[in-house]
Design a protein around this ligand. Structure first.
Ligand code: AMP
Length: 495
C-alpha cells in the first residue's frame, strides 16, 4: 500500500468530487474536483522543474487555495514541503534556503536567491500558476513509505538557530486520523479556517481534518473579527488560537445566537486562560475544547469531545500517544508534581533536519521526546502546561513557574493579562518581573496585596511593568524573549 498521505486525499477527491471543499469570502468556491485538477497541474509543473522524491520545496506565499494545491502537489510528487512564515524577511529566508537546500523555492514576489525560484501566482509570465494552466493534470502518485519525509516545519525558536522538524507521511497521517475520530469529524462539517497555513495548526490540524473527510472550509485569508463573526453562522467548527477567542469576546456582535450552529470551538498553540474559557461559557454556553501540540509532534493531548472539558488543562493523551511528566533523568514523576512533558507515538517527528546531535539530545533512550514544556498530570490523567522550560525563572536558586504567578495576577481588578519573566539580578541570579496589560494604572503594591498569603515572597514580582498589550506572534504566543529584552537591565544598577 502506498504510504504517501496524498493517496488518502486522492481517494477523497474521487468520492466527494462535486462537493465544495473551499469556500472563499467572495462567495465563490472550489469543489474537490477543482482542487484535484489544480493539484495535478501544479504536480506536473513540479516534475517538469525537476523536483524529485525527497527534494525540498520551500514555500513562502500568502494563504490562497493555490497554496493548498501546491502543498498537496508537493506530497503527490513525493517531495518535502517546507512552508515559511510570511513575515520572515529576506535575510531570514536566506537562512532557511541555505539550510533546506531546496530544488525549488516558491514565493509571492520575484526574488534573487540563486536557486530555482517561481512565483506562485504573480501576474506576468512564468509564474507557477501560469505554467500550470497549460499543463494536463498529472495523476501519478509517487510511492512513499510511511517513514519517508513529507514536510519540514521550522520551529519558531527565539534563541539560536531555528530547527527544521522532519515530519513523515506516517506522522501526518496518524495524527490526522486520530483527530478526525477523537473530535467526531463529519463530512457535513464546515470549518471556519482563519489560521495561517505555514504552521502545524492551520496547515495540518485544520486542513487535514477537512480534506480527509470530504467536508468543507470557509477559507479566510486571516483572522478578522468582523469577518469571522459574519461566517460563524454558516460554520460548524472553529479552530483558533486563544487570541481569536479574546478578540471575539471583545466584539459586541459576537453573541450566543451567532455561535449557536457551532458544534466545536477548538483552542491551541498557546495557553487559553481560565478567564477566557469562563467568559466564553457565559457569552455562548460553549466550552472551548483545548488541546496541546507542537510542530515536532502534531497534537499530543486533547480535552474530550463528549466528557468534561476542564479550563486550564489540555486534557488527556490522544489515543496512541504515550505521555509522561518526568524529572531530568526521564523518570516519571508522581501525580501533581511539576516536570518535563515527554511524548512518544506515531505522531512524533523523526528528528531535526541535519542536526543529529540536537535530535539525540532531545530523545530519551526509550523513544520519548522531551517537548521542552513543563507540566503536571492529575489523578484522572489530565495534563496541564505550566510553561516552557526555558521560561522557568530560577531566583535565589529556587524554581519559579511563571504560570502560577500569572494566574493570580490575572485576578487583580483591572488586569487584562500578564506575563512573568526572569531577568538578571546581581544577588538572586534572576528576579521575577511582572509585565501587566491593564485597563487602568496598576501598581506593584496592588498586585502584591493579592499575591501575599498566596505566594511565597521569592515568587512575588520585584518589579512591575505596565503595557498596552503583551507582544504576541502570529500564533498568539506571548513573546517572552521580547519582554526579557525589554526588562533585561532593570536590576543591574539600582538594586
Ligand atoms: P509550535 O511548534 O509553534 O506549534 O509551538 C508549540 C508550543 O506551543 C508547545 O511546545 C507549547 O509550549 C505551546 N502550546 C501549544 N498548545 C498549547 C496549549 N494548549 N497550552 C499551552 N501551550 C501550548
Amino acid at each position: 500500500m502506498n504510504g504517501n498521505l496524498f493517496s488518502r486525499f486522492d481517494a477523497v477527491f474521487s468520492e466527494y468530487a462535486e462537493q465544495v471543499c473551499l469556500r472563499l469570502p467572495d462567495g465563490t468556491g472550489w469543489t474537490y474536483n477543482d482542487l484535484h485538477r489544480a493539484t495535478g497541474r501544479i504536480g506536473a509543473v513540479l516534475r517538469q522543474q525537476g523536483v524529485r522524491p525527497g527534494d525540498r520545496v520551500v514555500v513562502q506565499v500568502p494563504k490562497t487555495p493555490d497554496a493548498i494545491a501546491l502543498y498537496l502537489a508537493t506530497l503527490q510528487v513525493g517531495a518535502v514541503y517546507v512552508p515559511l512564515n510570511t513575515d520572515y524577511t529576506e535575510a531570514e529566508v536566506a537562512y532557511f534556503l541555505g539550510d533546506a537546500e531546496p530544488s525549488l523555492y516558491v514565493t509571492a514576489e520575484d526574488s534573487e536567491t540563486g536557486l530555482p525560484t517561481l512565483t506562485l501566482d504573480a501576474y506576468g509570465e512564468g509564474s507557477l500558476k501560469e505554467l500550470a494552466s497549460s499543463m494536463n493534470p498529472d495523476d501519478h502518485i509517487v510511492d512513499c513509505s510511511r517513514e519517508d519525509l513529507a514536510a519540514i516545519l521550522y520551529t519558531s525558536g527565539t534563541t539560536g538557530r531555528s530547527k527544521g522538524a522532519m515530519l513523515t507521511h506516517g506522522n501526518l497521517t496518524s495524527n490526522a486520523d486520530t483527530l478526525i475520530s477523537y473530535w467526531g469529524w463529519r463530512s457535513d462539517d464546515v470549518l471556519l479556517h482563519a489560521l495561517p497555513i505555514y504552521h502545524v495548526h492551520g496547515l495540518f490540524v485544520a486542513s487535514h481534518c477537512v480534506l480527509l473527510t470530504g467536508s468543507s472550509m470557509i477559507f479566510l485569508p486571516r483572522f478578522d473579527v468582523e469577518e469571522v463573526v459574519h461566517h460563524l453562522s454558516s460554520s460548524t467548527v472553529l479552530m483558533g488560537v486563544p487570541t481569536f477567542y479574546t478578540r471575539l469576546l471583545r466584539s459586541s456582535r459576537f453573541t450566543s445566537e451567532v455561535a449557536a450552529g457551532i458544534r466545536l470551538f477548538v483552542s491551541g498553540s498557546a495557553p487559553l486562560t481560565e478567564q477566557t474559557f469562563e467568559a466564553f461559557v457565559q457569552r455562548t454556553g460553549h466550552r472551548i475544547l483545548e488541546r496541546y501540540g507542537m510542530s515536532e509532534t502534531g497534537m499530543n493531548t486533547s480535552n474530550p469531545l463528549d466528557g468534561e472539558r476542564v479550563a486550564g488543562t489540555v486534557g488527556f493523551p490522544l489515543p496512541g500517544v504515550d505521555a509522561r511528566v518526568a524529572n531530568e533523568e526521564g523518570d516519571p514523576l508522581p501525580v501533581g508534581e511539576i516536570g518535563g512533558i515527554e511524548v512518544r507515538g506515531p505522531n512524533v517527528f523523526s528528528g531535526y533536519w541535519r542536526m543529529p546531535e540536537k535530535t539525540r539530545d532531545e530523545f530519551r533512550h526509550d523513544g520519548y521526546f522531551m517537548t521542552g514544556d513543563m507540566g503536571i498530570v492529575d489523578a484522572e490523567g489530565r495534563y496541564s502546561i505550566v510553561g516552557r522550560e526555558k521560561d522557568l525563572v530560577i531566583s535565589g536558586g529556587l524554581n519559579v513557574y511563571p504560570k502560577e504567578i500569572e494566574i493570580l495576577i490575572d485576578t487583580v481588578p483591572g488586569v487584562i493579562e500578564s506575563a512573568v519573566v526572569g531577568v538578571p539580578h546581581p544577588d538572586f541570579g534572576e528576579a521575577v518581573i511582572a509585565v501587566v496589560a491593564s485597563e487602568m494604572d496598576i501598581e506593584l503594591e496592588d498586585v502584591n496585596v493579592v499575591l501575599t498569603g498566596k505566594l511565597a515572597r521569592f515568587k512575588q514580582p520585584k518589579r512591575l511593568l505596565r503595557v498596552e498589550e503583551l507582544p504576541r506572534n502570529a500564533m498568539g504566543k506571548v513573546q517572552k524573549n521580547v519582554l526579557r529584552e525589554l526588562c533585561a537591565d532593570r536590576f543591574t544598577w539600582d538594586e
